[in-house]
Design a protein around this ligand. Structure first.
Ligand SMILES: [Zn+2]
Ligand SMILES: [Zn+2]
Length: 683
C-alpha cells in the first residue's frame, strides 16, 4: 500500500496510507480535535503530484458556482493551499491544518453550509421553488429563490424552525461527483432552470461537484462542514429582492438573509449591535432631539441646523477655533464662488468635474461653486511674496464647500451636498515637514480625546513605486514625505497600517479612523501631502540663500466636516451628549406652579454661571416632565418644590445615573462648572 507524508502545522510528519482523510488524522490526534474540526486546509508539497490532487480533492480549479459579488469564498487557493472537506481522501504529500472554530476562515464554511441548510428547509416546505445561489456573507449567508408568492415573516419563522429540525438530525453534507450531462439531466428533470444555467456555464468537465444534505442536492464546489449538527447559532433576518446574477432585467428572486455564528453568544452580540445601530441612527435622533433637518423643498443633501444643533455646532467650532489660534494657525475666510478659470488652474475642473456643480454664468464669465478650499488658501498665500522666515504658513478655515453627490448615496449628515470642512493648508520648507506632521497628529489626537473617542486605526498610504508615471512629484518628494509620515508615527508610538499604492496621485497621506462606542470605524482625520498644486500655481518663497523655492503643501482636515462629525457624535453618544456639548445642560422642573418663583431663581443662577438651561413650566405631572427631559437626553434635571425652595437646594436627577438627591444650589453650580470646564465626556 502506498504511503503519503502529512506535515502538520507544528512540523511533525505523519506517514499514513494513501487516501487517508483529514477526519481520520484528526481522530488519531485526539477525539476532541475530531469533534471540533470543521474543515481542513491542504497544501500539496511536491510539484508533479500536486496537479493530480485537484482531480480527487477537486477544489483547485473550479470556479465557485456560488460566486456572488458580495460573497467571497474562503476556499480559494491562497498560497497556503486550499480548504477541503474533512472527508476528502488525501492522495499525495501535503501540509495539513485541521480547522476548528478557533480559525477565522472556517466560519465562512459553516455559513456556506448554513445557506445549504436554508435551501434544504425551504424545499421541504415549498417544494416548487426555483433555486438560485446561496453563498456565505460577512455575518451569515443568503439563498435566492424564485416563488410566485412573497415569503412572509411567518414563512421565515417556519423555515427557521425547519432548519433547526434538520440541524438536529445532524444530516451529513456529502460530496458527489457526476458527469456534466448527468448533472444537467438531474436539474432538467427537477425543473431547476437557473441551476442548469450555472452548470452549463461554470462546470468544468469531466466531473461536476455536488453536495447533498438529505434530499437537497446543490451544484457546489464546497467545501462544507461534515454535517448539519454544527449549525446552531443562526437566525433568519429578512427577505430582499434580488435579480438573477445581479443584473437588472433578469428574473426577480427573493433573497432570504440569515445571520450565523459559532455560538449563541456571538449571535446575540451581533443582534444587539444591530439594535444599537438602529437606536443610534443620527437621522432619527436628529429629528427626535430637534437638531437638524433635510428639507425636500430645499433639495436633498442640504442640511438645516436647528437651534439645538446649531448650539452644539457653535460649541464645537469655538473649541476648534481656539485650538487653531493656540496652535499657530491663522484663520481665513474665502469666497463660496470663484471663477471657473481658477479651477482649471488647480486641475479640479478636469479631474474633479464629476463631483462639481455646473458653472454659473455672471457677465459672460463662468463661476464655480467651490468643491474645495485649497485654491482659495493658495491665493491668500500667493497674495504677496513670502520669505522663509514666515514659514510655515498655516491657513485654516471652517470652509463650506459644495459637491455633487448622486442622490442615491446621500445619507443624513454623513453624505451631503453642502458641508463645512475644518480645513487647513500648511505651506512649509522641507526641513519643517516632520514637526508639522507631528503637530497635525497631536491635534488629531486632541480632537479624539476631547470628543470622547479612545480607539482608532491609522493608515499610511504610499504610492505604487513601480508606477511613478501615475503620480505627481519626484521619487525624492515621495521618499522624503512618506518617510516623514512614517518617522513621526513611529516616534509617537502610534501603530499604523501601511497601504502601498493607496495614495492619491498628488501625495502620500495619513488617515485616522476612529472607533465609536459600538466598535464601528469612521474615517476622520486626513493629513495629505500635495506635490501637484504648488507647481500648478507657481508657489514660491525666498529662501535663506536669497533664491526662490517651491514650498511643500499639506492639506489637513481633522473632523473632515462639521456635518459628518456631528453625525458621528450623535451616533457615538446615542444623542446623549456629554454635558459640555449638550445644547441644554440642565432642565429645571418645578413640582407645581406654586414653585415657579424659586424655579426662576434657579434658572437665573444657572444662566449667570454661563450654563445652558431651560424651565419646564408646563402644567404637567412631574413624572411626565422627567420622561420628556429624559427623552430629550438632557444631562441634568433639577426638581424644585417646597422643601428645595425653603432650603435653597435642588433635587438632582442625572440622565443616566438617575436620582442623586438634594444638593445646595451653589454646590450644584460649582460641580457643574467643573464638569463643563474639564470637558468630561461622561454621559
Ligand atoms: Zn454551495
Ligand atoms: Zn486642500
Amino acid at each position: 500500500m502506498d504511503t503519503i507524508h502529512i506535515t502538520m502545522p507544528d512540523g511533525a510528519i505523519r506517514d499514513v496510507p494513501l487516501g487517508t482523510t483529514a477526519a481520520e488524522i484528526a481522530q488519531q490526534i485526539s477525539p476532541r480535535l475530531a469533534k471540533e474540526a470543521l474543515v481542513a486546509r491542504v497544501a500539496p508539497i511536491h510539484g508533479p503530484a500536486a496537479a493530480a490532487a485537484s482531480a480527487s480533492t477537486g477544489a483547485m480549479a473550479e470556479k465557485s458556482p456560488d460566486a456572488a459579488p458580495e460573497a467571497r469564498m474562503t476556499s480559494a487557493a491562497n498560497g497556503e493551499g486550499f480548504l477541503v472537506d474533512l472527508r476528502a481522501p488525501i492522495d499525495q504529500d501535503v501540509r495539513l491544518s485541521i480547522l476548528t472554530p478557533k480559525d477565522p476562515e472556517a466560519i465562512q464554511v459553516l455559513r456556506h453550509s448554513a445557506a445549504h441548510l436554508l435551501a434544504a428547509a425551504v424545499l421541504e416546505l415549498f417544494p416548487n421553488v426555483k433555486l438560485g445561489i446561496g453563498p456565505p456573507i460577512d455575518t451569515g449567508f443568503f439563498y435566492d429563490f424564485v416563488r410566485a408568492e412573497p415569503f412572509t415573516p411567518e414563512d421565515l419563522e417556519r423555515i427557521e424552525k425547519k432548519m433547526r429540525e434538520l440541524a438536529a438530525q445532524d444530516i451529513p453534507n456529502e460530496r458527489k461527483m457526476m458527469p456534466k450531462p448527468e448533472a444537467l439531466e438531474l436539474y432538467r428533470k427537477w425543473d431547476q432552470g437557473f441551476k442548469c444555467e450555472l452548470v452549463e456555464e461554470r462546470a468544468i468537465e469531466p466531473m461536476v461537484s455536488f453536495y447533498t444534505t438529505g434530499k437537497f442536492i446543490d451544484f457546489c464546489r464546497g467545501p462544507h462542514i461534515p454535517s448539519t449538527g454544527r449549525i446552531r447559532a443562526f437566525k433568519l433576518m429578512s427577505v430582499a429582492g434580488a435579480y438573477w446574477k445581479g443584473q437588472e432585467g433578469n428574473p426577480q428572486m427573493q433573497r432570504i438573509y440569515g445571520a450565523c455564528f459559532y455560538t449563541q453568544q456571538e449571535l446575540d452580540e451581533y443582534l444587539h449591535r444591530l439594535e444599537e445601530t438602529k437606536r443610534r441612527d443620527h437621522r432619527r435622533l436628529g429629528q427626535e432631539l430637534d437638531l437638524f433637518s433635510v428639507q425636500e423643498e430645499a433639495g436633498p443633501g442640504l442640511i438645516f441646523w436647528h437651534p439645538k444643533g446649531g448650539l452644539v455646532r457653535k460649541i464645537m467650532e469655538d473649541w476648534q477655533r481656539d485650538e487653531l489660534l493656540r496652535r499657530g494657525y491663522d484663520l481665513v475666510y474665502t469666497p463660496h464662488i470663484m471663477r471657473l478659470e481658477l479651477w482649471k488652474t488647480s486641475g479640479h475642473a478636469n479631474f474633479y468635474r464629476e463631483n462639481m456643480f455646473g458653472p454659473i454664468e455672471v457677465e459672460k464669465d463662468d463661476y464655480q461653486l467651490k468643491p474645495m478650499n485649497c485654491p482659495g488658501h493658495i491665493l491668500i498665500y500667493k497674495s504677496r511674496l513670502r520669505s522663509y522666515r514666515e514659514l510655515p504658513v498655516r491657513l485654516a478655515e471652517l470652509g463650506t464647500v459644495y459637491r455633487y453627490e448622486r442622490s442615491g448615496v446621500l445619507h443624513g449628515l454623513l453624505r451631503v451636498r453642502g458641508f463645512t470642512q475644518d480645513d487647513a493648508h500648511i505651506f512649509c520648507m522641507p526641513e519643517q515637514i516632520e514637526s508639522e506632521i507631528e503637530a497635525c497628529i497631536d491635534f488629531a489626537f486632541a480632537v479624539m480625546k476631547t470628543f470622547g473617542f479612545s480607539e482608532y486605526v491609522v493608515e499610511l498610504s504610499d504610492w505604487d513605486a513601480n508606477h511613478p508615471e501615475n503620480y505627481a512629484g519626484s521619487a525624492e518628494d515621495w521618499a522624503r514625505s512618506t518617510g516623514a509620515l512614517q518617522t513621526t508615527l513611529t516616534r509617537l508610538n502610534i501603530p499604523f497600517k501601511r497601504m502601498e499604492g493607496e495614495a492619491a496621485f498628488y501625495g502620500p497621506k495619513i488617515d485616522v479612523k476612529l472607533i465609536d462606542a459600538i466598535g464601528r470605524p469612521w474615517q476622520l482625520t486626513t493629513v495629505q501631502f500635495d506635490f501637484n498644486l504648488p507647481g500648478r500655481f507657481g508657489l514660491e518663497y525666498v529662501g535663506e540663500d536669497g533664491n526662490r523655492h517651491q514650498p511643500l503643501m499639506v492639506h489637513r482636515a481633522l473632523w473632515g466636516s462639521v456635518e459628518r462629525f456631528f453625525g458621528i457624535l450623535i451616533e457615538h453618544y446615542a444623542g446623549a451628549f456629554p454635558v459640555w456639548l449638550a445644547p441644554v445642560q440642565a432642565e429645571v422642573l418645578p413640582l407645581s406652579e406654586k414653585f415657579a418663583e424659586y424655579a426662576k431663581k434657579v434658572i437665573v443662577a444657572l444662566k449667570d454661571a454661563g450654563f445652558r438651561t431651560h424651565l419646564d413650566d408646563r402644567n404637567e405631572k412631574l413624572q411626565a416632565k422627567i420622561r420628556d427631559a429624559q427623552m430629550q437626553k438632557i444631562p441634568y434635571m433639577l426638581i424644585v418644590g417646597g422643601k428645595e425652595a425653603e432650603a435653597g437646594t435642588v433635587s438632582v436627577r442625572h440622565q443616566s445615573k438617575g436620582d442623586l438627591g438634594p444638593r445646595p444650589l451653589a454646590e450644584f453650580v460649582s460641580s457643574l462648572k467643573q464638569e463643563v470646564e474639564s470637558k468630561s465626556v461622561q454621559q
